[in-house]
Design a protein around this ligand. Sequence first.
Ligand code: PHE
Length: 481
Amino acid sequence: METAIEKRASWSGSVAFVLAAAASAIGLGNLWRFPYLAAQYGGGMFILIYLVLVATLGFTLMATEIAIGRMTHQSQLTAFSCLSKKWGIIGLAGMVISLLITPYYCIIGGWVLYYFKAYVQMAFTGVNIMGEAAASSGEVFTSFISAPFAPFGYGMIFIIACAAVITLGVKNGIEKSNLVMMPILFLMAIALSVYVVFLPGSGAGLKYYLVPNLDCFIAPDGSFSPALLGKTILGAMGQMFYSLSLAMGIMVTYGSYTNKSDSIEKCVRRIEIFDTLIALIAGLMIIPVVYIFAVKTGTDVREAMSAGPGLMFITLPKVFATLGAAGPWVGAGFFLLVIFAAATSAISLMEACVASVCDVMKINRKPATFFTMCLIMFLATFSAIGYGPWADVKLFGMQFLDFFDFFTNSALMPIVAAATCVFVGWVLGPKRIIEECEAEGQVMHVKGAYAFMVKYLAPAFMIVLLVSEVCRALGIGGWKI
Ligand code: PHE
């Protein structure tokens, strides 16, 4: 029947679910954010703290979200109100987060698409579009993002491609596209990191990345600084949160497509392992080359690493330019990998919005995707032209894209995560989540620890993170990452 509402979709099994959730988690955050944070915060020390947080706090939040989705069979917008009318607002906030992140994430996806095209062109024609690459990659980047049409056009192509996968459905679209993109992503990441590790001179860079360096906790007067340790922990926490795609409804939505017979505990552990592995490999891929480049050009290593978003679009092209004939190929391979990572994350974000539209408006996937795509295109326009024709229009002193990023990552996400923990810990009760994790004879090994985390530690951590993020953004108390 044409007008009948489709049956709720489901994954074909737990492997498909783990792959999809890992595909969502592995994204731009793993590829550029993790390496530069690790490089800034004492290498191995940051990695150690990050691993502990993923295994404890990350586990708690992800298991909670997946269990809520599976228990209610709803996407985030309606899942929370199913459990409690009053706390339904968490779902609404989650929906707002994914609706605000998707557009700017797709615009960045468009930037990556442009870079990939430029490198393929360079590899085949030998003409260097990055200009005198080593010197002018910064200019190429600024002139691209401030052009009136190009960032918009590439962003739209990226949005349409993601929407096309989503209209095909959970099994035929999302699952199948992951089956193609994820193995290629893994293989390319391994190949590139092996290439980098064997480059002459990479040893010092590897040491810089992997050996725990306690200097970053030492204040200028030579004493140990608890504040610097706190900053590292908060940096790692923010990264964990973003990297695991938490607090924006994706895991609730993906959880609603899982079967009762799958072990949530095992799935979460596997997703975390995949996500962390790719982050670590990304560090192997990026840090040694930037290190070699910094030494060669006499740039300060820390400064070269701390370029933030510029690391991927400005510093790395400079590095590729020093690799001779292999440069354009390495660049093309790298940006293809980034496209896949960004596309699988953007698909999950868009799916979270589409699923909510389906659940709330009771319409089918195709019209819901079309409606959501138009809305995302409209919102993306602001981020696309925010650096170009609208460069003078600012929200709280920030460009549109930076504002959306700040508002979602630094403010809304910690609020939603804290509210979710308070709701589960104190209203719904951790027992309900534990029961869901133990459905159909599954065993949850960490029940006691989970209940303690969700009631006490997780909300406290989230509130500290929120305060620190807001202080950092407003420049209060010298916070700066
Ligand atoms: N987890 C993704 C990453 O590491 C980021 C992401 C953010 C994905 C928001 C989906 C939604 O890049």
